[in-house]
Design a binder for this molecule. Structure first.
Ligand code: SF4
Length: 213
């Protein structure tokens, strides 16, 4: 049903629920069916939509003084037009900065497996760390991973939006002179990454950069 009509019906009946709620919509649909002027359903629907668009407006105070149905409007009687319909605020997405490394040793790229639980569980990813790391922090992390870098080149920033979370990523291409196996990376050829490893779309920007690093 049209959003304008839903709002009018919610106010007319004093329904304080959220219009996104299935039960509320069901109740309002039932009310619409009861109110429908069956001789002229088209005109009735048009009138309801216009009432919602012109008088019973969504933002700002509705123009109840000019409204032809004010005498039987519950929201108006209860002085609750600014509370009906209820507006539920979406929880804000959490922002998370990450630093992503596309590490190449000869013709192979480092990947690691994500944990078996939680976000993107069990999928493969380019090694990364929370936060936007400083050059000193990058050096420390690579040492910790047993990576001896030859060159470190910035890659374009990337962003990925999950339903509850946003990743803001800074990327670096790292060419490796030598490595010790101090971490649980696998080293895969580019074509293997595309065919044999499930790398989530969150890392799409860095997958695309593989040919250039
Ligand atoms: S009286 Fe006010 S709140 Fe009620 S339907 Fe009319 S404009 Fe909307």
């Amino acid at each position: 049903m049209d959003g304008n009509v839903l709002r009018v019906l919610a106010r007319l009946s004093g329904n304080r629920g959220d219009l996104k709620d299935k039960t509320v919509r069901k109740d309002l649909n039932a009310l619409a069916a009861r109110l429908l002027f069956r001789q002229e359903p088209g005109n009735f629907n048009q009138a309801m939509m216009e009432l919602g668009a012109l008088l019973c407006i969504p933002n700002g105070r509705p123009k109840c003084g000019e409204c032809p149905v004010q005498s039987f409007c519950e929201a108006c009687h209860q002085d609750a037009v600014d509370q009906i319909p209820r507006k539920t605020r979406k929880p804000r997405r959490k922002m998370e900065n990450r630093t992503v490394f596309v590490i190449r040793f000869q013709d192979r790229i480092a990947l690691r497996k994500r944990q078996e639980q939680g976000l993107l569980s069990g999928l493969w990813e380019f090694p990364n760390r929370y936060g936007h790391l400083s050059p000193e922090e990058i050096g420390k992390v690579l040492t910790e991973w047993g990576i001896c870098p030859e060159t470190i080149t910035p890659l374009p920033d990337a962003k990925h939006v999950f339903s509850h979370l946003e990743w803001h990523m800074k990327g670096y291409a790292v060419r490796v002179r030598g490595r010790k196996e101090t971490c649980s990376f696998v080293w895969a050829r580019q074509e293997e990454i595309h065919h044999s490893y499930s790398v989530p779309s969150a890392f799409h920007a860095y997958l695309k950069a593989l040919g250039k690093v």
